[in-house]
Ligand binder design. Structure first.
Ligand code: ARG
Length: 703
C-alpha cells in the first residue's frame, strides 16, 4: 500500500439519476439500480483501498451527484480551489465539500460567483507535477484558469473541449505516471491537440479509440503503475501494458448513466507540490467596447459567438441598452483567450465588427518597419473591406484606398500623416506598417440597423412558388437602382463569366451596355471568346445558340474566332474593320466602355486583348473599379472574388450564380449592401432587361 496517496470518495447512499445535465443522463432518469450502484461503488472502494488510503465525505440527501467527488474541488498541497458548479442542480454540494476541506485543514479558495469551475473533473495535474492541464468549453470557464495558476502557484495549460459527451476534462484525458498520457484526441479542438502534442512526446501519448472513450476508459484512476477503469478493450490493455501499466477493470455501468466512472468517483487529495514550479498562465484578457444597434443588428451576439468559436470566453462588463428604436447601445466586454495568438485572432475579428480595444486612449497603433520589399512584418494587420481608422499621435486617421487583404502603411508627409492600404507586393523596405491589433477600428454606420452579413439571398431555381416572385422582386429593385445610378452619372461595373453567353444572356448584357447601364466590364479570355464566337458563328463553345445542340466541328469554332481576332490585332480593330458587328464586346468598343480581360493558365489563344501578366491585370481591374457604385457579378467566381477583394465596403455587390455555394461565398465577403441571387444568369439578365423596360414606360401595361 502506498501511504502517501489518499483519495476522497462519497458513498452512493443518495445516488440516482435525477436530472439531465450531460448527454449520458438523457433517457436515464431513475434508470440506475441502487443496489448495483452500491455494489459497484464498494468494489471500486475496495480496489483503491488496496493501493492507497481512502477518506469518505458524508453523503447528503438531495445531492445525488455528490458521489462524484472529483468535482468537489482541486487540491494541490494544502490548497484547494473549491468548485463552482455551472448547474444549479449541483451547486448545493459546494458547502458540504467546503466543510470537509476546512475540517481537514485545507486552505479553501473560492472563485468569484458566476465563474464556473468544476474541480478535478476539469483540472488534472501532470503526474510529474510539472503543470496543470485545465479544461474549458462546457463546465468550467476559461477565466477561472488564471485563478488556479495564482492560488496553486503552478503553470496552467488550457485545453478546450468540443464534444459534449466529454464535457469534463477527466472524461477524455488521463495523465499517467512517467509522463504518459491516455486521451481521446477528437474531444479537443485543433489548437488544444497541438498544445498536447507539444508537451507530450509521441511515444508517451496513448490515444484511444471512440469505442474505449465511450466506455470511459480515460476516466481512470492511476496509482503508480496501476490504472483502474470501468472497461478497456484488449487493444488498449495491450497498449498500456507495453507502457508498463496494469489495467484493473471494475464495472461502473450504473455511474456511466450519470456521465461518470472511476476517476469521477474519486478525488486525489494528496497531490505533491513541486516547489521549483511557479504560476504561469497563457490566458490573456482584454476589454473591448462596442457601440451601435448591438441588439437589433445581432452584432453583440455575433461578437460573443465568434469569441467562443475561436476558443475564447467573455464576460459582459456592462451593457447600456438604447431604449428607443433609433438609439444605439453600448457594451464593454472582457474577452479572454487561451493564448496570445488566439487573442489576436479574436481581436482581429472583433475589430471587423466595429469593436474597439480599450483603453481607447492608446495614442499610437503599433508600427513596424518593412525590411524587405514586398514582404510585411509577421504580425501585420490584414485589412478588410470595412472603412478603417488607425490611432496616430492620439488621433484616428482614416485609412485610404480601403481594400481587403492588404497591409496598412503609414507615412508622414508635410501635409500630415497618411495611412493607406497596400497589397504586399507594393510594400517598400523602410516603410512602416501597422502590426498587432492596438489602436485600430473599423467604422460602422451607426444608423445601419440591419445585420451586416445577414445578406439577403434569393433562391430561384430552388423549389417553392414564392421564390420566383422573390427573384422578380429583387430584380425589380436592382433595375431601379441601375436606373438611378445611370441617371445620376454613377458607375456600374460588371464581372462576367462565359456562362453569361452559354445561357443566352449575351444579348441582354449587350443591351445593358448599349443603353449606358454599364461603365466597365471585367472578365477573362473566355467571356470575350464565347461572345465573339456567338456573334460571328452563332455558337457558344460549339453549341448552336438558337437550337441548343452541338454543331459538327463546333468545338473548333472558338479557336477560329481567336485566330481571326489575332489577325486584326485587337477586338477594337475587328470592330473597326466591320468583322465583329454585335455582342457584348462589340457594344463595349462602340460605346467606349472600357474592359479588362484577365488571363489564366487554361486560356486558349489568348485573344490579343487578354492580359496574361496577372499583376498587370490586377492593376487594370483596380483602376477600372475606382469609384464604383455597384458591381454586378455574373457567374464568374474567379473574377468576382478578385474584384471583391479590391472593393471597399459600401459598394453594392449583386452576385448571381446558379451555384448557391458561390453566391454565399461572394456575399459573405461583401458588406450589408450585398445581395446574392441564386438563379440561371441568362434568366436573370432577361428579367432585368424586362424590368428596365417597364421603368422606361411606366404606363405601358395600362395601354
Ligand atoms: N452527473 C454528473 C455531472 O454531470 C457527473 C459528474 C462526473 N464527474 C466527472 N468528474 N467527470 O456533473
Amino acid at each position: 500500500m502506498t501511504d502517501s496517496i489518499r483519495f476522497l470518495m462519497c458513498p452512493p447512499d443518495h445516488y440516482d439519476v435525477d436530472y439531465v445535465i450531460n448527454p449520458w443522463m438523457e433517457g436515464n432518469i431513475h434508470k440506475s439500480s441502487r443496489d448495483r450502484a452500491v455494489e459497484q461503488w464498494q468494489k471500486l472502494h475496495h480496489l483503491l483501498k488496496d493501493h492507497s488510503l481512502v477518506d469518505l465525505v458524508k453523503p447528503e440527501s438531495g445531492w445525488p451527484d455528490m458521489v462524484f467527488t472529483a468535482n468537489a474541488g482541486l487540491v494541490l498541497g494544502k490548497d484547494v480551489v473549491l468548485s463552482r458548479f455551472l448547474h444549479k442542480e449541483r451547486q448545493g454540494e459546494e458547502p458540504h465539500f467546503k466543510d470537509w476541506f476546512e475540517s481537514q485543514g485545507y486552505t479553501v479558495h473560492e472563485l468569484p460567483k458566476d465563474l464556473p469551475f468544476e474541480g478535478a473533473g476539469d483540472a488534472l495535474l501532470d503526474r510529474e507535477g510539472r503543470w496543470l492541464w485545465a479544461g474549458y468549453g462546457f463546465r468550467s470557464e476559461l477565466d477561472s484558469h488564471p485563478y488556479l495558476a495564482k492560488w496553486l502557484d503552478i503553470e496552467v495549460v488550457s485545453l478546450r473541449l468540443i464534444d459534449e459527451r466529454f464535457y469534463h476534462l477527466d472524461t477524455c484525458f488521463c495523465p499517467l505516471t512517467g509522463g504518459y498520457l491516455l486521451y481521446y484526441p477528437p474531444a479537443f479542438d485543433a489548437y488544444s491537440n497541438r498544445l498536447i502534442e507539444m508537451r507530450v512526446l509521441p511515444e508517451k501519448r496513448i490515444a484511444i479509440e471512440e469505442a474505449d472513450a465511450v466506455n470511459f476508459a480515460c476516466n481512470a484512476v492511476n496509482i503508480n503503475q496501476t490504472v483502474v477503469m470501468n472497461k478497456a478493450s484488449d487493444a488498449l490493455k495491450e497498449c498500456l501494458a507495453d507502457a508498463g501499466f496494469r489495467v484493473l477493470e471494475t464495472p461502473l455501468t450504473e455511474f456511466l448513466k450519470a456521465g461518470g466512472a472511476a476517476k469521477c468517483l474519486t478525488l486525489r487529495v494528496t497531490e505533491p507540490v513541486r516547489t521549483e514550479i511557479h504560476a504561469n498562465v497563457s490566458v490573456e484578457s482584454r476589454i473591448v467596447r462596442m457601440e451601435g444597434h448591438l441588439l437589433d443588428s445581432g452584432l453583440i451576439s455575433r461578437a460573443l459567438d465568434l469569441i467562443v468559436e475561436n476558443g475564447g470566453s467573455f464576460q459582459v462588463l456592462n451593457f447600456q441598452l438604447g431604449e428607443q428604436r433609433q438609439s444605439t447601445s453600448n457594451a464593454q466586454v472582457k474577452v479572454s483567450a487561451p493564448s496570445h495568438d488566439l487573442m489576436e485572432e479574436i481581436m482581429t475579428q472583433l475589430i471587423d465588427l466595429g469593436a474597439v480595444a480599450l483603453p481607447q486612449e492608446v495614442c499610437d497603433t503599433n508600427l513596424e518597419a518593412v525590411t524587405q520589399d514586398g514582404v510585411a512584418p509577421d504580425d501585420f494587420y490584414v485589412t478588410t473591406i470595412y472603412p478603417t481608422e488607425v490611432r496616430i499621435h492620439c488621433e484616428w486617421v482614416k485609412v485610404q484606398n480601403q481594400r481587403m487583404d492588404g497591409a496598412i502603411a503609414v507615412t508622414h508627409t508635410p501635409e500630415g500623416t497618411v495611412a493607406r492600404c497596400k497589397i504586399l507586393r507594393d510594400l517598400k523596405a523602410g516603410e512602416h506598417v501597422v502590426v498587432g491589433v492596438e489602436g485600430i477600428r473599423t467604422v460602422r454606420k451607426a444608423e445601419s440597423r440591419e445585420p451586416r452579413t445577414n445578406n439577403q439571398e434569393f433562391s430561384f431555381m430552388g423549389a417553392g412558388v414564392s421564390s420566383e416572385r422573390r427573384v422578380e422582386l429583387i430584380v425589380e429593385q436592382i433595375a431601379w437602382e441601375l436606373r438611378q445610378i445611370r441617371d445620376q452619372g454613377g458607375k456600374v461595373v460588371v464581372t462576367a463569366g462565359p456562362v453569361v453567353i452559354h445561357t443566352g444572356g449575351g444579348q441582354h448584357l449587350a443591351r445593358l451596355i448599349r443603353e449606358g447601364y454599364v461603365q466597365a466590364l471585367l472578365g477573362g479570355n473566355a467571356i470575350a471568346v464565347h461572345d465573339i464566337e456567338q456573334s460571328m458563328m452563332g455558337t457558344s463553345l460549339g453549341v448552336d445558340m438558337q437550337r441548343g445542340v452541338p454543331v459538327r466541328g463546333g468545338h473548333r469554332h472558338h479557336l477560329k474566332v481567336i485566330n481571326t481576332i489575332r489577325r486584326y490585332g485587337s477586338i477594337a480593330e475587328a470592330v473597326e474593320q466591320g468583322i465583329l458587328t454585335k455582342g457584348v464586346m462589340y457594344e463595349c468598343v462602340r460605346n467606349n466602355v472600357p474592359f479588362s480581360l484577365a488571363g489564366s493558365i487554361r486560356d486558349d489563344g489568348p485573344l490579343p486583348d487578354t492580359q496574361m501578366d496577372l499583376i498587370q491585370a490586377q492593376t487594370e481591374y483596380a483602376k477600372l473599379l475606382e469609384g464604383t457604385d455597384m458591381i454586378l457579378m455574373l457567374s464568374s467566381m474567379l473574377h468576382s472574388i478578385g474584384v471583391g477583394n479590391m472593393t471597399p465596403a459600401g459598394v453594392k455587390m449583386v452576385c448571381v450564380d446558379i451555384n448557391p455555394a458561390v453566391v454565399t461565398k461572394l456575399s459573405d465577403r461583401g458588406s450589408i449592401e450585398s445581395v446574392g441571387v441564386v438563379t440561371d444568369v441568362g434568366l436573370f439578365l432577361s428579367l432585368l432587361v424586362q424590368q428596365l423596360d417597364k421603368l422606361t414606360s411606366p404606363y405601358r401595361q395600362l395601354v
